[in-house]
Design a binder for this molecule. Structure first.
Ligand code: PLP
Length: 397
């Protein structure tokens, strides 16, 4: 048996993987993925942009680039982020290979095996995996419909051995779908100020809002720029252009950036130049804002369709929040329910979702499930939701 490292041995293979392999039947309706719809990608626009690039830029696309990113993209993306109020000039911006890499780099920068880190419960599975791969002990603090539990965060923040960082996804949370209230964000800031617990603020979905009325709540903590907290802000082109580009970013204070740059150098030297050239051209052409506006509308149409179908078909004991943006609806089932049994029934019926324990760093709490609406037509949603509802009733009554 090869002698693997302790940290890699701690990476759990999902017990649900086998069950999910049954879900590869072509007729199955999948509410499991967190990927944009293939039909929404701006294929023609990108083809056109690449064709019109000057030969020098095309050749640079095949070449290695600087570790923090191609200067032209750093400039255009910097402008895009400044338009959202982010303090780009006071910090340093790095292009990463997906924002997943930014989370990995930050974990490596801060975590020694056995160190405690704070996350939300539920929590994005990619973050759990990234932190665990460095040997972190994850303490997860529950969220409600307005954000993280401040009482529990406060108790953690005054420990004599404070956690290495707090990781949150305040804007259209994966998987909880929720958007932090302004008040809760304010309380989070007040709790962390002066506590030597850096904040990792993951904003992978913030651009995908459904109503202008929520724009205030979408202001990143990084843009509020609070005194006494090191905020490391991560974002991604995955949901606003395409995950196949494998491009994300990290905006961090200089001393943290410097360590992260060294870590990235050892990981992959640089992110793909090819897709950086494309992302840069996309931003500079002025096409990115209208493109985001168009997908936003489409996701809203799908979200509305799913929440109407859930209202029609789900029993009253299932709770969820109306989506305000992003990709997901999080269903909470009665205490003690095991969502795996529901998943088995749903797969037999022809639909699939992700069970709650996937997003629990402890891997135990399972009376919840994540449905995504991002990759389904309204027709599929209307066929799939009754299958899920029947599966829930068959287990929970
Ligand atoms: C909350 C959150 N953060 C980060 C990521 C990573 O995305 P990427 O590596 O494609 O940028 C995802 C992907 O689904 C996500 O849901």
């Amino acid at each position: 048996m090869p002698r693997f490292s302790t940290s890699v041995s701690a990476l759990r293979s999902s017990a649900i993987r086998e069950l999910m392999s049954l879900a590869s039947r072509p007729d199955i309706i999948s509410f499991a993925g967190g990927m944009p719809g293939n039909e929404l990608f701006p294929v023609e626009e990108v083809e056109e942009l690449f064709r019109h690039l000057d030969p020098k830029a095309k050749r640079a696309a095949f070449q290695y680039g600087p570790t923090p990113g191609l200067p032209s993209l750093l400039e255009s993306l910097g402008g895009f982020l400044e338009r959202k109020g982010l303090p780009v000039k006071k910090n340093r911006l790095m292009i990463t290979t997906g924002s997943q890499q930014a989370l990995n780099i930050l974990a490596k920068a801060f975590v020694d095996p056995g160190d405690r880190v704070l996350t939300e419960y539920p929590c994005f599975i990619g973050a759990i995996a990234a932190f665990r791969s460095c040997g972190a002990e994850i303490v997860s603090i529950p969220v409600d419909e307005e954000g993280i539990d401040i009482g529990l965060l406060e108790a953690e923040s005054i420990r004599t051995d404070p956690a290495k960082f707090l990781y949150v996804t305040p804007y259209f949370h994966n998987p909880a779908g929720m958007l932090y209230s302004t008040d809760r964000k304010r309380q989070l800031i007040a709790t962390l100020q002066g506590k030597d617990i850096p904040l990792i603020e993951d904003d992978a979905y913030g651009d995908l809002w459904f109503s202008e009325e929520h724009l205030d709540r979408l202001k990143p903590i990084k843009a509020i720029d609070p005194e006494g907290i090191d905020v490391c802000y991560t974002g991604s082109f995955s949901k606003i252009l395409g995950p196949g580009l494998r491009l994300g970013w990290l905006l961090a204070p200089e001393p943290i950036f410097e360590k992260c740059e060294l870590i990235k150098q050892s990981a992959d030297a640089c992110s793909p130049s090819f897709t950086q050239v494309i992302a840069d051209a996309f931003i500079r052409s002025g096409k990115i804002e209208p493109y985001i506006a168009s997908v936003r509308q489409e996701y809203q149409r799908r979200a509305t369709c799913m929440s109407e179908a859930l209202r029609r078909h789900l029993p009253g004991y299932v709770h969820w929040n109306e989506p305000k943006g992003g990709f997901y609806i999080w269903l909470t089932l009665p205490e003690g329910t095991d969502a795996s049994t529901i998943l088995k029934r749903a797969i037999e019926g022809g639909a699939v979702f992700v069970i709650g324990s996937t997003f629990d760093p402890q891997g135990t709490r399972n009376n919840a499930m994540r449905l995504s609406y991002c990759n389904n037509s309204p027709e599929e949603i209307n066929r799939g939701v009754p299958i899920i509802a029947d599966a829930i009733r068959s287990i929970c009554g």
